[in-house]
Design a protein around this ligand. Structure first.
Ligand code: GLU
Ligand code: MG
Length: 454
């Protein structure tokens, strides 16, 4: 859609307010709203926002970051291509925005502009990235104010993929499906997952920027439709500390410039994976400790990343290995060459998808540039190798806390250079402040804030 089509759609549909949204360094979705009669001007000139918002953490605690105080303004400029009419809110629409400086250039602290830059770098290597986020979420009834984890009661105790869980969730899942259809966001599948009240609904793949936008519409849609049903849908990585976590695995494939050939495919390879694919995985595994600070960035994320929970916990890869950080996902029968893709398990919905996907591209491109090898495939759960076998295979345990992952990010020159010092400095300050805040509190505080925010 272009600007004119957006405005016509708003008038035709009786839209009163359009949300100008962005995702901040705390990975919270925020924004401001514009009435339809102001939309035309505001789409052109952007909606003003204080620079301080990129120094705000997920508890609304403003951090001291140079250049992000009370003085200074940027503009939220919406991308009309991302326009959706919101089926779960009355007379409302939304667009994702870029953060633009007053001189009309992208602000170097803008996460969506960061992803655009990384997509352009991939394009400079002749690569087009297709991606999809595979969202898991837990459906709860809130009984109480949330001050105790027991206040969040799963809506079902059904088994993994079980028909009883399908039935328990059918009304709200049907409403979620209708909401995706209304927004023209194609869904790939749906199934109840292992944890109580846990469900999964992967979206179809799309060009990288669109895939990241879709992940925002996923978070918004699932949570909002559930709320309209009197439920809390949480995409938090580990809403129940003793149950399966919610992953948000990233799937991707690499195509030629024309978007016609999937460059991950090589029919002569035992896993049908090209050299390019191996090098991309090599780069990802090399950068994974720091990359986790972007893909699994919250305090709660590190309670999910445990061995034997199907979330991945080691820098390993393998064909259809669901305990490995990177799984080579086998292609569909008859269309292997187009459908083979890679899956990063170490990703969850508490991330900022623009930073997560951008960081993934940076790491993979570095692997291609340096022709890194990922090592031998793990053909068993890497948690079942002995320590000696893991070290002989070059398999490392992930950082086990948010703080360690942030340190690894800070030490990773390739990721830090790609982020640029303004974005990286603000991100580290915000995320480190969250670590300090949650480490000083108890589990109930952690669970409540992550369940309610993500
Ligand atoms: N719930 C698992 C996770 O935390 C993923 C299970 C699966 O889909 O393989 O990532
Ligand atoms: Mg799953």
């Amino acid at each position: 859609m272009n600007q004119e089509q957006v405005i016509n759609a708003c008038i035709q549909d009786g839209i009163r307010l359009t949300r100008f949204l962005y995702v901040d360094n705390g990975c919270t979705i925020r924004g401001k709203l514009v009435p339809t009669e102001r939309l035309s001007g505001r789409m052109a000139s952007g909606q003003g926002l204080t620079v301080a918002m990129q120094a705000m953490n997920m508890l609304d605690q403003l951090q001291a970051v140079e250049g992000m105080g009370p003085v200074g303004e940027i503009r939220l400029v919406p991308d009309p291509e991302s326009f959706v009419i919101l089926p779960y809110a009355p007379n409302s629409a939304a667009m994702m925005c870029d953060m633009i400086r007053l001189d009309k250039t992208p602000w170097d602290a803008c996460p969506r502009s960061f992803l655009k830059r990384m997509i352009a770098q991939a394009a400079a290597h002749g690569l087009t990235v297709q991606a999809a986020f595979e969202g898991e979420f837990s459906l709860f009834r809130r009984e109480g104010d949330g001050s105790d984890p027991s206040h969040y009661q799963p809506i079902d105790t059904g088994l993994c993929f079980s028909s009883t869980a399908m039935h328990a969730a059918a009304p709200v899942i049907d409403a979620i499906m209708a909401a995706f259809a209304a927004q023209n966001i194609p869904v790939d599948a749906y199934y109840p997952e292992l944890g109580h009240g846990q469900h999964e609904l992967p979206l179809r793949h799309a060009p990288a920027l669109r895939a990241a936008d879709n992940q925002i519409w996923f978070r918004e849609t699932v949570r909002s439709v559930a709320a309209n049903h009197g439920l809390v849908a949480s995409l938090a990585p580990k809403p129940k500390l003793d149950q399966a976590g919610n992953g948000c695995h990233i799937h991707w494939s690499l195509w030629d410039a024309a978007g016609e050939t999937n460059l991950l495919y090589d029919g002569a390879d035992q896993y049908l994976l090209s050299r390019l694919g191996y090098h991309f995985i090599g780069g990802l595994l090399a950068h994974l400790p720091g990359l986790l600070a972007l893909t699994t960035p919250s305090y709660n994320s590190f309670h999910r990343l445990q061995p034997h929970f199907w979330s991945s916990a080691y820098t390993a890869w393998g064909p259809d290995n669901r305990e490995a950080a990177v799984r080579v996902a086998s292609g569909a029968w008859g269309s292997e060459s187009t459908s083979i893709n890679l899956e990063l398990k170490a990703s969850d919905a508490s991330n900022n998808p623009y930073l997560a996907l951008g960081g993934l591209i940076v790491a993979g491109l570095d692997g291609i540039a340096r022709e890194l090898e990922p090592g031998a495939a793990a053909l068993i759960d890497p948690g079942n190798y002995s320590d000696a076998e893991r070290s002989q295979r070059g398999i490392r345990r992930y950082p086990t806390t948010q703080a360690e992952a942030l340190d690894a990010l800070e030490q990773d020159d390739v990721l830090m250079d790609a982020l640029g010092s303004t974005l990286a400095t603000a991100y580290l300050a915000v995320k480190r402040s969250e670590y300090a805040a949650f480490a000083a509190e108890d589990e109930a505080f952690e669970v409540r804030h992550h369940i309610e925010k993500f």
